[in-house]
Design a protein around this ligand. Structure first.
Ligand code: FAD
Length: 442
């Protein structure tokens, strides 16, 4: 019997359980949905197009790409090929759930697996209640365990030729990015993962907070688009001992955790998870806009913040430690609302992911789960000295500061290199202001 395999955030063929249940003949389809593509930002759109091209190659040109509203397009395509079932891996995001419910009203939608090691909603207390704090959730997550990778691949199914589907295929019209970018697709993801395991995993625990060393895995974009499944990575980690593997497993758990939190509270993509923060006073208006602009363009006069924002502009990715520092600066030094920074990150980041981004921001702002207490205000200079002790990270991204040696690049004591802006705020003063506003919340 014929079926449809509808690809979404799972652009790979290995370890894809949907393929095990899709029958013998299937049509592979991807829907370009403007409601997702619009807000995606060009770095993510480019990466998506590259991933689609890689997937189409793996399928020997048998990927059907259509454009439109999935609730209309998917049932129509299913009807044309006479497919009784549409196979997907489940989407737990707020929009994805609504979209899938609309599709499921018209066709038999079969969800197998998800983009997570353990699907949202599964890690629960004995009484069924949801966790709100990461560490106990993480212990439960480890205890729960995950399946071994599914043994799937290209040859499992006979793929229907999309050219037989009434001239619908837009594959040739997918706007392939002209600029070279990060290599996308399953082969690239696996190659990067193997390289990281061989070269940097042993050092991960000690170095993951060091942007100057730049030895984290950079797997986030591959995970975002499902070029690899976290279970494949966990299986590899399972064979290894040591703190690097343990720490990496923990980071993958954060990804699952935030997806679970967003699943419990879809509103937390836009609103404070902790509604005590709804009364927080933020700045707005022309002065606030000028500060925001300085932050976006990496011209705050705080070297580690500026280096991070310039890395984001250039690479469409930022080191995790610097994401935390830059986010904290926006909220606690500039008194701007976290969602303003989060929106900017989502436009720019190639790995932009609603759950990890919004909750990464809320963690920093103090309004999220497991929040860093609001009164713990990062000092950007001290953070810079501590986590970029060589100063190499700042010099890499802020050319005006290349003449300043060592970690003096963070304090800039007695030097104001040409073309580099003065500090736009006084950190000590803004820290007091942030604490005063926090106290008003009671
Ligand atoms: P590694 O250190 O190699 O980590 C391995 C993997 O673990 C990552 O690829 C990621 O999937 C997961 N991971 C690590 N840290 C976190 C975390 N704190 N939360 C969730 N998952 C994590 N991550 C995104 O994938 N998309 C985002 O949009 C995003 N926005 C963020 C915004 C802020 C303000 C902050 C503080 C963090 C954000 N993160 C986001 C989490 C983290 O910064 C990135 O996952 C990480 O920097 C990606 O680089 P890497 O793959 O080299 O990380």
């Amino acid at each position: 019997t014929e079926s449809l395999v509808w690809f979404r955030r799972d652009l790979r063929l290995a370890d894809l359980p949907t393929l095990s249940v899709a029958g013998e003949r299937a049509l592979a389809v991807f829907v370009l949905d403007d409601r997702l593509l619009g807000p995606s930002g060009s770095p993510r759109r480019d990466f998506l197009y590259r991933s689609l091209s890689a997937l189409d190659n793996q399928l020997s040109g048998r990927l059907l790409v259509v454009r439109g509203d999935p609730a209309e397009v998917v049932p129509r395509v299913a009807k044309i090929v006479g497919a009784r079932e549409v196979h997907v891996s489940a989407d737990y995001g707020p929009y994805g759930r609504k979209r899938d419910a609309a599709v499921a009203e018209q066709v038999e939608l079969v969800a197998t697996g998800s983009p997570y090691a353990i699907s949202p909603g599964r890690v629960r207390k004995d009484n069924g209640a949801a966790y709100k704090v990461f560490t106990p959730w993480f212990e439960r997550w480890l205890e729960h365990g995950w399946r071994a990778p599914a043994r799937t691949g290209t040859d499992m199914l006979e793929w229907i030729d999309p050219d037989d589907v009434g001239g619908l295929n837009l594959r040739a019209a997918v706007p392939m990015p002209s600029q070279p970018g990060i290599a996308a697709g399953e082969t690239a993801a696996l190659a990067r993962w193997r390289e990281f395991c061989a070269d940097d995993l042993v050092r991960y625990d000690g170095e993951r907070d060091r942007p100057d060393l730049d030895t984290t895995s950079r797997m986030s974009v591959y995970l975002k688009f499902g070029n690899i499944h976290p279970r494949t990575m966990l299986a590899d980690l399972g064979d290894r001992r040591g703190r690097g593997a343990e720490q990496y497993r923990r980071q993958l758990a954060w990804r699952d955790f935030y997806a679970d939190i967003l699943f419990q509270r879809p509103d937390s993509a836009r609103c404070n998870y902790d509604n005590k923060f709804d009364a927080m006073r933020f700045d707005a208006g022309r002065d606030a806009d000028a500060l925001f602009e300085a932050w976006c363009t990496g011209r705050t006069g705080f070297p580690i913040v500026d280096a991070g924002m310039r890395q984001l502009a250039a690479e469409r990715w930022m080191h995790n430690r610097v994401r935390m520092i830059a986010a904290s600066f926006l909220v606690k030094d500039l008194h701007l609302p976290w969602w303003r920074g989060a929106r900017y990150f989502m436009q720019k980041l190639v790995d932009g992911d609603l759950a990890s981004n919004q909750h990464g921001w809320q963690w920093t702002a103090g309004s999220g789960t497991d929040a860093a207490p609001y009164f713990r205000v990062f000092n950007p200079t001290v953070q810079g000295e501590r986590f970029d002790p060589t100063g190499d990270y700042v010099r890499r991204w802020v050319p005006e500061l290349r003449g300043v040696g060592g970690k003096a690049v963070h304090t800039l004591k007695g030097v104001r290199p040409e073309g580099y802006p003065d500090q736009i705020v006084d950190h000590a003063e803004e820290r007091r202001e942030a604490l005063a506003r926090y106290r008003e919340l009671g």
